[in-house]
Design a protein around this ligand. Structure first.
Ligand code: F6R
Length: 613
C-alpha cells in the first residue's frame, strides 16, 4: 500500500526521501513522487518505480531541507503521472501525500465543484487538499485549524503529510486508520515521518507512533501532537528494535529467499525465552496475565487475512487437538460485516504480520465493542494491532520485506502452538509428560528446518520441470490442509500461475476434473494417521496421468514408484509438521517465480501492508 516519507531538518531532504521511498518499496506501489520546500514548493511525480522518479529528477532543482515523498498503490484513479502524489491545492501553495481512502470524496468533491474548483487528477486525495485551501480561504482559518476542520469532514482512513509554501518551517501530519510514525532525529528540530519505521531506522531509533485521530505539527523545530479536537497530547517515545542489517538483502538475490533461509533463526526467536524443554514450562506473559479469563474461555475465534488466515487454520487444529477448545477461523473482511455472535467468554486472536491490515483491525474493534477479550499475534512491534489488543505475543521474526509472507507464517504458527500448549496445560487436556515431549520437539524444529532448507537443489530441479505449468493443485489433510492452501497462495502470488489448495479428500468432489498429464499436484503426505488415505489420493491423480510431487517423511520410500518426485523432509510430531512442510513449498514457489522472471519481492498488484479495505 501507499508509502509516506517526510523530512524536516538541516540536511538535504530529497536524498533522504528517495532512500526512504526505496525502503518502503516492499509495501507495493505503482507510482512515486516528492515535494520539496525551499522558498517555493516544487512537486515531481511519476508513474513507475522510485528509480524512474529519481532519473526524472536529473537536472531539476531538488534543493530543500523540508520535503515529503510518496509511493502510490492505486485505489481511486489508474496508476499514471497525474494521479501520483503529491497533490496540490488550486493556488499551488499547499501539497499533500496520503495513504488510505477518503470514502466520502465524491460528496466533498461535488461541493467543491459547485464552488468553482477544477481537478487535475481522479484521486480522492486531491479533493482533500482543495478542501483544506477552500476552508482556509472561506472560513479565514490558519493552516492548522483548516486541516483539523477538513479532517473532521472526512469519512474514511488516512495518513497524510502536508507542506505549505507559506509556512516554510512547518510540516503537518495526521492519521486515522492508516499508519504513521515520527522519528526524532539527533539534531535539534530534525524529524522524520514515515508509514513504518523502515525509512527511519538508519537515522534514529527514537520514534513516536501517531495514534488514530491525532495530528503531528512540526513548527519552529518543535513537535506538538494534538487530537483533531485540538487537545495537546503527551507523546510516548519508543525505542526501535530493528536494525539496518535486517533491512538489507545480506548477499541474497531477493528478500524472499533471505527470509526463507532466516527461518531456523526466526522460529527460534519466536519461542526463545518462552519454553523450556527440560521442564516442559511454557512462559507466555499474556497467558499469565489473563489466566482466569483463559480458564473460562468457551470458544476461540481466530481472525486474519491471507497467509495469516492460513496460520489461523493451522491453529484451529492445534487448539482443538491439544487444548480441546472449540475454534472458529474467520476472514477478517467477512467477520467485520457479518454481525457475528460474540460472547464475553470468547477469546479473539487476531493474527497479522504487519499489524496494520485494515480489515483485521476493524474486525478486532468490532469484537472489542461486543465485549470479547482480544489477543494479537503480530510481527511488527508497535503497530496498530498489538496496540489495540488486550494482550498477545509478538512473533519476533524480524522485518519481513518480501511481499510474500514466509518467515512470518512459520513464526505465527510457532507462537500459536505455544498458546495451544499453554492452554492445554491450564486445562489439563494433555499430560505433563506429553507437553514436555512437544516442547522439547519444538526446540528441535529450527534444526529440522535447517535440514529441510538443504532440499533446495532438488526443489530447484523440480521447479525447472514445472515452471511453465498453467495450473497447480496442492493437497493436504488435517494439520497439512492449511499448508496446501499456503503453498498454493505462495505460488500464485509470486509466479502468477493459477494454483488451488484443497483438502485431499475433497479432490474427488470437483478438482479431479482438472487432472490430466499437464497438471502438477503437490501432495503433503508426511507420516500421520491420514497417510494411507493420501496414498489413495495419489493413486487417483496418477490414474488420470497427473504429475505428483510428494512431500514425505524422511526414510519413507513407499511413494518412490508411484509419485513423479519425492521430497523427504525431517520427521517431527504431526502437530508441528506444518512448520517443516511449508519450507519446500516456499522454495518451489520462489524458484518457479525466478525462472519465470517475475518480480519476486514485489509481485504485481500486491501490497505488503494492506491498509485499505
Ligand atoms: C501472502 C501475504 C498476504 C498477507 C495478508 C495479511 O503472502 O503476505 O496474504 O498474509 O495481506 O497481512 P498481515 O499478516 O500483515 O495482516
Amino acid at each position: 500500500m501507499c508509502g509516506i516519507v517526510g523530512y524536516i531538518g538541516n540536511k538535504q531532504a530529497c536524498e533522504i526521501i528517495l532512500k526512504g521511498l526505496k525502503r518502503l518499496e516492499y509495501r507495493g506501489y505503482d507510482s512515486a513522487g516528492v515535494a520539496l520546500l525551499n522558498g517555493d514548493l516544487r512537486v515531481y511525480k511519476k508513474q513507475g518505480k522510485v528509480l524512474d522518479l529519481e532519473e526524472s529528477l536529473n537536472g531539476k532543482n531538488i534543493e530543500g531541507t523540508i520535503g515529503m515523498g510518496h509511493t502510490r498503490w492505486a485505489t481511486h484513479g489508474e496508476p499514471n503521472d497525474k494521479n501520483a502524489h503529491p497533490h496540490q491545492s488550486p493556488t499551488g501553495d499547499l501539497s499533500v501525500i496520503h495513504n488510505g481512502i477518503i470514502e466520502n470524496y465524491a460528496t466533498l468533491k461535488e461541493g467543491l465543484l459547485q464552488r468553482g474548483h477544477t481537478f487535475k487528477s481522479d484521486t480522492d486525495t486531491e479533493v482533500l487538499i482543495h478542501l483544506i485551501e477552500d476552508i482556509m480561504k472561506n472560513a479565514n482559518l490558519s493552516l492548522q485549524d483548516a486541516v483539523r476542520a477538513a479532517l473532521s469532514q472526512v469519512v474514511g482512513a488516512y495518513a497524510i503529510v502536508i507542506l505549505s509554501k507559506n509556512h516554510p518551517e512547518h510540516l503537518i501530519a495526521a492519521r486515522k486508520g492508516s499508519p504513521l510514525v515520527v522519528g526524532i532525529g539527533t539534531d535539534r528540530g530534525e524529524f522524520f515521518l514515515a508509514s513504518d519505521a523502515t525509512p527511519i531506522v538508519e537515522y534514529t531509533n527514537q520514534v513516536i507512533y501517531i495514534k488514530d485521530g491525532e495530528i503531528a505539527i512540526i513548527e519552529n523545530k518543535e513537535l506538538t501532537i494534538k487530537t483533531i479536537d485540538n487537545v495537546i497530547q503527551t507523546p510516548y517515545i519508543q525505542e526501535l528494535e530493528m536494525n539496518l542489517e535486517q533491512l538489507e538483502k545480506g548477499g541474497y538475490p531477493h528478500f524472499m529467499l533471505k527470509e526463507i533461509y532466516e527461518q531456523p533463526k526466526s522460529i527460534f526467536d519466536s519461542f526463545r525465552g518462552r519454553i523450556d524443554g527440560r521442564t516442559g514450562n511454557i512462559n507466555m506473559r499474556s497467558v499469565r496475565d489473563y489466566q482466569e479469563k483463559l480458564s473460562k474461555v468457551n470458544r476461540l475465534i481466530l481472525i486474519g487475512c491471507g497467509t495469516s488466515w492460513h496460520a489461523g487454520l493451522v491453529a484451529e487444529y492445534l487448539f482443538e487437538d491439544l487444548a480441546r477448545v472449540p475454534v472458529e477461523v474467520e476472514y477478517a473482511s467477512e467477520f467485520r460485516y457479518r454481525n457475528p455472535v460474540i460472547y464475553p467468554d470468547d477469546l479473539i486472536i487476531s493474527i497479522s504480520q504487519s499489524g496494520e491490515t485494515a480489515d483485521t483491525l476493524a474486525a478486532m474493534e468490532l469484537a472489542k465493542q461486543k465485549g470479547a477479550t482480544v489477543f494479537g499475534v503480530c510481527n511488527v512491534v508497535g503497530s496498530s494491532i498489538p496496540r489495540l489488543s488486550h494482550g498477545g505475543a509478538y512473533t519476533h521474526a524480524g522485518p519481513e520485506i518480501g511481499v510474500a509472507s514466509t518467515k512470518a507464517f512459520t513464526a505465527q504458527v510457532t507462537v500459536l502452538t505455544l498458546y495451544a500448549l499453554a492452554m492445554a496445560k491450564q486445562r489439563e487436556t494433555l499430560s505433563s509428560s506429553r507437553i514436555k515431549q512437544l516442547v522439547k520437539e519444538m526446540e528441535a524444529i529450527p534444526k529440522k528446518v535447517e535440514q529441510a532448507l538443504k532440499l533446495n537443489d532438488k526443489i530447484y530441479k523440480i521447479a525447472e520441470l514445472y515452471k511453465d505449468a498453467k495450473n497447480f493443485l496442492y493437497l493436504g489433510r488435517g494439520y497439512n490442509f492449511p499448508v496446501a492452501l499456503e503453498g498454493a497462495l505462495k505460488l500464485k502470488e509470486i509466479s502468477y500461475i493459477h494454483a488451488e489448495g484443497y483438502p485431499a479428500a475433497e479432490m474427488k468432489h470437483g478438482p479431479i476434473a482438472l487432472i490430466d498429464e499437464e497438471m502438477p499436484v503437490v501432495v503433503i503426505a508426511t507420516n500421520n494417521e491420514h497417510y494411507e488415505k493420501l496414498v489413495s489420493n495419489i493413486q487417483e491423480v496418477k490414474a488420470r496421468k497427473g504429475k505428483v510431487i510428494a512431500i514425505v517423511t524422511e526414510g519413507n520410500t513407499g511413494l518412490n514408484e508411484l509419485a513423479d518426485h519425492v521430497i523427504e523432509v525431517p520427521e517431527t510430531e504431526n502437530c508441528l509438521s506444518p512448520i517443516i512442510n511449508t519450507i519446500p513449498l516456499q522454495l518451489l514457489s520462489y524458484h518457479i517465480a525466478v525462472m519465470r522472471e517475475c518480480n519476486v519481492d514485489q509481485p504485481r498488484n500486491l501490497a505488503k501492508s494492506v491498509t485499505v479495505e
